[in-house]
Write a protein of this length. Structure first.
Length: 154
């Protein structure tokens, strides 16, 4: 006999699986836009928002290990989008900033992103958007909390 709880659990698992599948392309090293991956775009965004940022601060902002930050940074430097320079205050530290080409690419991706989300929102009724976004935020927050071990164990 299938219980109500079992049916609910299966439905939640199916929903989480569908969301994971739908979001997988955002998390992998596939090209997001104009030869830049989504993770690299997050790095560009962090630098753009701060103009100049310490490399060590990027690890926390991106929530990745030092080696991952370096792996994301290297191709953007090679393409001429970012410049890494020694800090004048601490010879052991590096600062990162956007180049002119990096600013242009960042703005180009923001335009693409805006068009993408305009198209995305066309499939959601205007009067339901905020409620849906809030529900997704709450759902994601609860999943994050459970994943970090803060959910009560049975």
């Amino acid at each position: 006999m299938i219980t109500k709880s079992y049916t609910r659990d299966r439905e939640l698992l199916r929903l989480i699986s569908e969301l994971a599948t739908a979001l997988r392309c955002w998390q992998q090293d596939q090209l997001f836009c104009h030869g830049v991956t989504f993770a690299q775009f997050n790095l560009l965004s962090a630098v753009a928002e701060n103009e100049v940022i310490r490399l060590s601060d990027l690890h926390g902002i991106l929530a990745v290990e030092k080696s991952t930050t370096t792996r994301l940074l290297a191709p953007l430097e090679e393409k001429g989008f970012l410049l890494r320079e020694r800090s004048v205050l601490d010879a052991r530290a590096f600062n990162v900033k956007l180049t002119k080409a990096g600013k242009q690419m960042y703005l180009k991706i923001l335009d693409f992103q805006s068009e993408f989300f305009d198209g995305f929102e066309q499939h959601i009724a205007v009067e339901r958007r905020e409620a849906i976004y809030e529900a997704v935020r709450l759902f994601a927050e609860n999943l994050r909390n459970c994943s970090s071990g803060s959910c009560a164990e049975s």
